[in-house]
Design a protein around this ligand. Structure first.
Ligand SMILES: [Zn+2]
Length: 284
């Protein structure tokens, strides 16, 4: 199982809403369109936020879902990640991901929304791109059960998927301190995702120092036994420029803020042959 993936391819008021999954100890830790000039910030200082416990709060944004969600569970019911523009720009959609591939189990959408918010408070300048969720087809061996997602921290991970088969090294030529800062971003994202998913995650990522530090942290959190062999492991070479995260199928849902959610039908994705960019970017 699990071969390819990836694509060769704030202030949601921490005070209000149901704060739910919270990190057990102080610890800390992404965006949308390009980081603009001066994003207006009215929240606490990001550097201070990094020292604070992670709070997972689903922000009050409308989340599209089909009417079938009234009576059915997955797969008839899936939620769609909201357009980045309706989510204050805490994330953007990965360039090779189409809207038809942005649906998944409700719990995964909640984890992603809460995590993007928590990350953005800590690294407002860092672009977080969210790629394929359910995207069955030739590009993935998984991404077909509502629990998988690909995440990209542009410029901060080991390498960049720059397109056209180019994968420049993001750490080459940087000082130890600069690399440390970039790794902190990656670790912070992993910790937030994990906290918001109550430890029930498995992340594929190939940077050994990050894996080791993350596993040590995980062991200190009291999450209990992971439903996976390990919460973070290295995998094939695609996992140098993104996280492939899988959450447990039985992950409980987070509390939801009061918001009117729009009904939208789940549309079938075009066949790869009908969408040039989908077939050309296929991973093995
Ligand atoms: Zn993946």
């Amino acid at each position: 199982m699990l071969l390819g993936c990836g694509d060769a391819a704030t202030e949601a008021s921490a005070q209000s809403e149901g704060v739910e999954r919270e990190q057990s100890e102080p610890q800390a830790e992404e965006s949308t369109e390009v980081a603009e000039a001066e994003p207006e910030r009215d929240g606490p200082d990001p550097a201070l936020m990094r020292e604070q416990p992670i709070r997972c709060v689903v922000p009050p944004v409308p989340i599209p879902r089909p009417r079938a969600c009234r009576r059915n569970g997955y797969p008839r019911c899936k939620w769609q990640m909201p357009h980045a523009t309706t989510s204050r720009g805490t994330y953007r959609r990965w360039r090779n991901t189409i809207m038809e591939h942005w649906w998944a189990r409700p719990a995964l959408i909640q984890v992603l929304l809460a995590s993007a918010d928590a990350f953005e408070r800590r690294y407002p300048d860092q672009v977080l791109a969210i790629g394929d969720l359910d995207a069955p087809g030739p590009r993935h061996a998984t991404h077909d059960n509502g629990v998988d997602v690909d995440l990209y921290l542009l410029g901060a991970m080991l390498t960049e998927n720059a397109g056209r088969g180019r994968y420049p090294d993001n750490y080459e030529g940087k000082s130890g301190e600069e690399v440390r800062e970039l790794r902190d971003r990656v670790l912070t994202l992993a910790k937030i995702l994990t906290t918001c998913a109550e430890g029930k995650v498995r992340i594929y990522y190939n940077d050994e120092p990050v894996v080791a530090e993350y596993l040590a942290w995980y062991g200190e959190q009291g999450f209990g036994e992971s439903p996976f062999e390990a919460p973070m492991v290295t995998h094939n070479r695609l996992h140098r420029f993104h996280f492939h995260m899988t959450i447990a199928e039985d992950l409980a849902e987070l509390p939801m803020p009061e918001v009117d959610h729009p009904f939208a039908p789940i549309r079938r994705p075009p066949r790869p042959g009908d969408a040039p960019h989908l077939s050309s970017m296929s991973r093995r």
